[in-house]
Ligand binder design. Structure first.
Ligand code: ATP
Length: 507
């Protein structure tokens, strides 16, 4: 298991999974690009999601909405008025923080210092999660003690937002050595604004969508009228969303441009609780089936005071990242809030007529809302392993075969004796079905190692025996086990291996 994010960030850069966006110009905070391996990995995750949640079901249809919509959508949804985070600026360092991500630590203070001089209470602020804050308490306390007097006793960690306003003046900001440099928390709307058309006037303001969900609600009537769908049913969408996050951090975990995979599942009000329970479990299991170990995954039900006012229940699927336990997906029971809001703002009837029961009502909604980038990051963290093979250490990405960016690599052992030709023919054959890779350069051990780092589950090698008996060596990434199969069976063997089925001819 990965313990240090820096290792993953450097592997992602080195092997072409993820790069900082526009890196040659110094990058842009909160934006990331997926390289040749990363784009395949993320696409496989989105495809697995689409296949399992849309194609394989009878009660789900897909949708692909525009990113910029009529701004009234965001008034109806509450995003124009309320989609904000409390923001705090530091007047000295010019840093900007999310107020809910500043923690202060407070000690019991002696009234005088060791020289007998009077001391004043001070509170030191630390950015990040409570765990990160706790980790850095001692270091920061030692530094600030010289200036403000030695603290005594065990520190208690208090969220900044829970401090009395006049105690906030005593806080030394996370990046300063002075007190009282932090401004009062202010609401900061996270939506990116732009203008549609030639005029940059208030009447032309539009927003980049901060979630894909609202496009689904706005199209509910279109889908019901044309999709021959019957309650209960869901509408699914995968696409980019944008949030001007105050503090993008933890690699791609909190980005300003990201992709979501969202479902709005519509049902009768009296069945909503049942569907909520269903989706809560089904979505958790999806991650487990694709390789996230359940001891690092957690399904956390929100406390009543965490719930949005319209939601009767919400659960988060969380993963224990090296930087802390954090949200991958939220499953929310949203009642009829969204459709009711859009009816109010659009004046259109978004109720549903149940033909069987001859009843008209506003459907209730269960929303499983996942992030493709966060899922990708979790699968990357989970896959990362360092082990030893034949006395040599290696880094190996143990992706589930469904997610692995490259499914197999084909090598000629050496670049002569017809081996490259045979290997290339196998490669061409496999390539019709799977993303495979051909490599004839360098020592065979190095070529294996490179594929281990890319997470390629299988390697096929053409060697001198191939010309004699028509067999090739196949090597398994995780166990490093090698065995021979007829080269004519290569395609079928790979299909079976990727599907977890027995291989033809394997004992
Ligand atoms: P957080 O509390 O971490 O900001 P959220 O509760 O606001 O997340 P939702 O609005 O529920 O998130 O969004 C649904 C999903 O979209 C999240 O579970 C996450 O996977 C993804 N997501 C949201 N914001 C970001 C972001 N800034 N970067 C990457 N993914 C994100």
């Amino acid at each position: 298991m990965l313990d240090d994010m820096d290792k993953l960030v450097s592997l992602c850069k080195r092997r072409g999974f993820i790069f900082p966006s526009s890196e040659i110009y110094g990058g842009l905070n909160g934006f990331w690009d997926y390289g040749p391996l990363g784009v395949e990995l993320k696409r496989n995750i989105k495809d697995a999601w689409w296949r399992d949640n849309v194609r394989m079901r009878d009660d789900m249809v897909g949708l692909d909405c525009s990113i910029i919509m009529n701004p009234r959508v965001w008034e109806a949804s509450g995003h124009v008025g309320g989609f904000s985070d409390p923001m705090v600026d530091c007047r000295a360092s010019k840093e900007r923080y999310r107020a809910d991500q500043i923690f202060v630590f407070a000690y019991v203070y002696p009234a005088v210092n060791h020289k007998g001089e009077p001391t004043e209470a001070w509170l030191a602020g630390l950015g990040g999660t409570p765990e990160e804050a706790a980790e850095h308490v001692e270091k920061r306390a030692a530094k600030l003690a010289k200036r403000f007097g030695q603290p005594v006793g065990a520190p208690s960690i208090i969220p900044y937002l829970k401090l009395e306003p006049n105690d906030r003046d005593k806080v030394v900001g996370p990046a300063t050595e002075d007190r009282g440099t932090l401004t009062e928390p202010r609401a900061f709307n996270l939506m990116f604004k732009t203008f549609v058309g030639a005029l940059e006037s208030e009447s032309n303001v539009a927003y980049l969508r901060p979630e894909t969900a609202q496009g689904i609600f706005a199209n509910f009537k279109n889908v019901v009228d044309t999709g021959r769908v019957k309650l209960p049913f869901g509408i699914a969408q995968v696409g980019k969303s944008f949030r001007n996050e105050i503090n993008p951090r933890n690699f791609t975990f909190r980005s300003r441009e990201f992709e979501q995979m969202e479902i709005e599942f519509f049902c009768r009000p009296d069945q909503a609780q049942e569907w909520y329970d269903y989706w809560r479990k089904a979505r958790f299991q999806w991650y487990v089936d694709l390789g996230l170990k359940s001891d690092r995954l957690r399904l956390r039900d929100h406390d009543p005071d965490e719930l949005a006012f319209y939601s009767t229940a919400t659960a988060d699927i969380e993963y224990a990242f090296p930087f802390g336990v954090s949200e991958l997906e939220g499953i929310a029971h949203r009642g009829d809030y969204d459709l009711t809001q859009h009816m109010k703002f659009s004046g259109k009837d978004l109720t549903y007529f149940d033909e069987e029961r001859k009843e008209r009502f506003t459907p209730h909604v269960v929303e499983p809302s996942a992030g493709a980038d966060r899922a990708t990051l979790a699968f990357l963290c989970e896959a990362y392993a360092e082990d030893e093979v034949g006395g040599e250490s290696r880094t190996v990405m143990r992706f589930h075969p469904r997610l692995a960016p490259v499914k197999a690599a084909v090598f000629p052992l050496v670049k002569r004796d017809g081996m490259p030709e045979t290997a290339e023919a196998i490669y061409r054959d496999l390539k019709r079905r799977h993303n495979v890779f051909y490599d004839e350069k360098g020592a065979i051990g190095r070529r294996y190692r490179r594929q281990d780092e890319a997470g390629t589950p299988f390697c096929l090698t053409v060697d001198s025996q191939t010309a004699l008996d028509g067999t090739v060596t196949i090597r398994d990434r995780d166990s490093c086990r090698q065995w021979r199969i007829p080269k004519a069976d290569a395609c079928q063997a790979l299909d079976n291996l990727l599907d977890g089925l027995p291989i033809p001819g394997d004992a």
